[in-house]
Design a protein around this ligand. Structure first.
Ligand code: SF4
Ligand code: SF4
Ligand code: SF4
Length: 307
């Protein structure tokens, strides 16, 4: 079942990415109906055209399942997964390994506010830079246009008149931003998703309260760290046995590698009494008893007295 979830996610993600890339790059190969639909369900696009139904739809989906938008629909998320998967598949000594890192909330909220200001003031350059779909569609469109016209230039100089300075510069800087995203994600997985992307931050507000969450059963966990090693969001805190639902992109990679079936995608979280969980969910239950774990966190570990 868990394998099915992961493979289904990979197949859906790959198909969406391929269709979107084809449609955005080459109008000749475009699948008009599906491509159009995939464009309209993009959150950045929905916000730009003020499509309340699409926005509300994704909020409801996130409230139920978590950030599956980020794991399957967003092309920039898929681009980051591809680059990190390639980086991790190359055999070398210093293989990139993920480990838990604290959320950088000041940066997250700052970029969200900048994005809101950009939308209100219609600052196109900032929107293109911060909205992942705008960025990806610009890169696909501009780069393919420039490439096509560069070919024509070798045959005749007429194409140069079409290729304005603005288009060329836009193609260069969007391509440069994409290269930066690829290079960071090859080392740190979804760091950009969980630090810079305003859509990720918005969905993160909702996903921390989603009905389905990832939960670590402390009775089963043997603290092997395999889940944390593959978590591209670096959101599994094994000291407190907590998954940060605001940053998890519901990729199911952790479930797939757990040898003890200790991490689960479930509606019933066992750990709500833990202080760290209360901090992440915002729920305060001061009278709740602390749960006993078979792998206590390092902060709580005590050294037994010598006999
Ligand atoms: S966080 Fe942003 S860039 Fe990352 S997958 Fe989600 S929408 Fe795309
Ligand atoms: S916690 Fe699991 S499902 Fe969530 S991002 Fe990390 S590996 Fe993927
Ligand atoms: S992979 Fe499973 S057993 Fe290992 S640390 Fe993660 S939850 Fe625990």
């Amino acid at each position: 079942m868990t394998r099915t979830l992961r493979y289904s996610r990979i197949i859906i993600q790959s198909v969406i990415f391929l269709i979107l890339t084809l449609c955005l790059s080459t109008s000749a190969l475009c699948l008009p109906v599906i491509g159009d639909w995939l464009t309209h369900i993009q959150l950045g696009y929905a916000v730009t055209v003020l499509s309340l139904s699409t926005f509300a739809g994704w909020i409801i989906v996130t409230l139920i399942f978590g950030r599956i938008y980020c794991s399957s629909v967003c092309p920039v998320g898929t681009l980051q997964d591809i680059s990190s998967a390639i980086a991790r598949s190359v055999p070398r000594k210093a293989k990139p390994a993920y480990s838990y890192r604290r959320p950088n909330n000041p940066v997250r909220y700052t970029t969200l506010m900048i994005m809101a200001a950009a939308f209100m003031t219609s600052t196109t350059t900032l929107i293109t830079l911060l909205d992942p779909f705008s960025l990806y569609s610009t890169v696909c469109g501009e780069v393919s246009f420039v490439a096509a016209n560069m070919t024509d230039v070798s045959e005749s100089n007429q194409a140069m008149t079409i290729l304005t300075y603005t288009m060329l510069s836009t193609a260069i800087w969007t391509a440069a931003v994409t290269v930066i995203i690829i290079s960071i994600s090859s080392r740190h997985g979804r760091l950009i998703c969980n630090t810079v992307c305003p859509i990720g931050t918005t969905l993160g507000f909702v996903s921390r309260y989603s009905i389905f969450q990832f939960d670590i059963d402390t009775d089963l966990c043997t603290h092997c760290r395999k889940c944390a090693d593959v978590c591209k969001s670096e959101c599994i805190d094994l000291n407190d046995h907590v998954v940060d639902g605001s940053r998890c992109v519901v990729c199911f990679d952790c479930i797939d590698v757990c040898p003890d079936r200790a991490i689960r995608y479930t509606t019933r979280r066992k750990q709500l009494s833990l202080p760290m969980m209360q901090k992440l969910t915002g729920i305060s239950t001061p009278s709740a008893p602390t749960q006993q774990t078979n792998q206590p966190s390092q902060q709580n570990e005590t050294i037994p007295p010598a006999p």
